[in-house]
Design a protein around this ligand. Structure first.
Ligand SMILES: [Zn+2]
Length: 137
């Protein structure tokens, strides 16, 4: 092992090694990182806090704002909202305007960080460590 600087050492709990000049990577573990969050039904329900985008009641289904049968994107964050079954059935194969229904919310694409919050099983960013909460702002 070549040493760049014998003053630099790497310490473990019980051992001490001179810091190497070159570190050879034997195995590379790729950690997937996505800048955009893939669409999912569960994600839409979480994003909308399980509230129906039309009446505000408890939502158990996903409504495609522009129905897929009419060219609406089936897996778009912007074309989907959480909906209760009665609203979803009432809207059926129509746009909200045609069905005389008004969206209470504006659909948006959640940030990847938001997914992290959900994955950690917390409901409020405030319950996260400050350094993580700050990255969600
Ligand atoms: Zn509803």
């Amino acid at each position: 092992m070549e040493h760049a600087d014998s003053a630099r050492v790497i310490r473990s709990a019980t051992k001490e090694f001179p810091a190497p000049l070159v570190v050879r990577l034997l195995r590379f573990v790729r950690v997937p990182y996505r800048r955009r969050l893939p669409w999912s039904r569960a994600g839409v329900l979480e994003r909308d806090r399980r509230r129906c985008g039309y009446c505000g009641g408890r939502a158990d289904s996903i409504d495609h704002i522009l129905p897929t049968s009419r060219g609406g994107d089936p897996r778009s964050w912007l074309n989907t909202v959480a909906a209760c079954v009665p609203c979803n059935q009432a809207k059926a194969n129509h746009t909200p305007d045609e069905a005389g229904m008004q969206l209470r919310i504006e659909p948006f694409e959640p940030k990847v960080q938001r997914a992290l919050v959900l994955a950690l099983g917390v409901t409020q960013a405030e319950s996260l460590p400050p350094w993580l909460a700050a990255s969600l702002a």
